[in-house]
Design a protein around this ligand. Structure first.
Ligand code: KG4
Ligand code: ZN
Length: 344
């Protein structure tokens, strides 16, 4: 079953061809990072305009890289939401046009279902499978959610952030320190070899016993520390002095510790057969290393997609589309983008 996946929910224009949910024949991404970097974050109007310019070339390249013509597709899968409305619309309209013209089924995909599917894709590509039920930590720029995954394509919400997403905290702290956008990769790099115990940032524990997260407090704690010690933003990440490296390393340690504390507690409570960490923040070196340790301490296998499949991409949308297709999920020609689409 050959699926064309299309993803335009935020600032990446992406298309991929995936066969049987795990064989990635092409995976094309046009990133807008440079475009938004000078504004310190994604500018929605610019994002939609750029998607519009890039969607046709990106899809054409995905098809030619896979060596396929449109009539050979079995279905077209597209991110319906959540995300930026203007960005989502570009992908949805492109997917509808291709599916309509070539008479193919159109499959709507939830962006987070795509992220959760990424490790299933990479595990299957390596000839393995993920024991279910799994407990999945989805950490991206817009989401910090814990889901129980009883079977592929079904999700039960276990916990979520009550305010900022973990990736958002990375991006805001980076912006504060003049480190540019997106913040995660540069904080990851500057933290390597720095003193991550220089500052003891604590992350609020939610005291009602739930598995929820909160990341808005740490951003304020970093701001207060910076003001109190007169630390100046840097002109470029390469000029970051040791005190800034130590600061971001301490921040990163606090975020990763908080992410894994709840993750571990939920695993102990729910007794899943495996763990998953996915989403853009799953590209983080410390999170990958510490999550593996957490899994080892619990005696559970852990599945983290390779970095290219952790951050936004369309292969995960093609893979999730395959699962949706098997479950009978189809969209009509009236499919609309849904910025607040709930999962489930
Ligand atoms: O999944 P994603 O590509 O897009 C969304 O769905 O939001 O996630 C983007 C987020 C950004 O906040 C970015 O700073 C963060 O993932 N990120 C990282 C790393 N690479 C990307 N955070 C920490 N460490 C990284 N290496
Ligand atoms: Zn994402």
């Amino acid at each position: 079953m050959i699926v064309l996946g299309i993803e335009t929910s935020c600032d990446e224009t992406a298309a991929a061809v995936v066969v049987d949910g795990h064989d990635v024949r092409s995976n094309v991404i046009a990133s807008q990072v440079d475009l938004h970097a000078r504004f310190g974050g994604v500018v929605p109007e610019l994002a939609s305009r750029y998607h519009l310019e890039n969607i046709c070339p990106v899809i054409s390249k995905a098809m030619s890289d896979a060596g396929l013509a449109y009539p050979e597709l079995d279905a077209v899968a597209v991110t319906q939401g959540p995300g930026l409305i203007g960005s989502l619309l570009v992908g949805v309209q492109a997917a509808k046009a291709i599916a309509f013209v070539h008479g193919k089924p159109l499959i709507p995909v939830h962006h987070i279902a795509g992220h959760v599917q990424a490790p299933f894709l990479s595990a299957a590509a390596a000839g393995g499978s993920i024991p279910l039920p799994a407990l999945a930590l989805v950490v991206s720029g817009g989401h910090t959610h814990l889901y129980e995954v009883p079977e592929e394509g079904s999700y039960r919400l276990v916990g979520r952030t009550r305010d900022d997403a973990a990736g958002e905290a990375f991006d805001k702290v980076a912006k504060l320190m003049g480190l540019g956008y997106p913040g995660g990769p540069v904080i990851d790099r500057l933290s390597q070899g720095a003193d991550d115990h220089a500052i003891e940032f604590t992350i609020a524990r939610i005291k009602d016993g739930s598995s929820d997260y909160s990341f808005s407090g740490i951003k304020t704690a970093v701001l207060l520390h910076v003001r109190r010690h007169g630390i100046q933003p840097v002109a470029s990440p390469d000029d970051a002095p040791q005190e800034v490296r130590d600061l971001v390393a301490s921040f990163e340690r606090a975020v990763v510790t908080a992410l894994l504390r709840r993750f571990k507690a939920a695993a102990q409570e729910l007794s899943p057969r495996s763990l998953i960490v996915t989403g853009g923040v799953a590209a983080n070196t410390r999170l990958r290393r510490e999550a593996a340790r957490t899994a080892e301490s619990l005696g559970l296998p852990i599945f983290i997609p390779p970095i290219a499949l952790s951050t936004d991409n369309a292969a995960m949308i093609g893979a999730a589309g395959f699962v949706g297709f098997r479950m009978g999920r189809r969209a009509g020609w009236d499919l609309n983008a849904s910025p607040q689409l709930p999962l489930g």
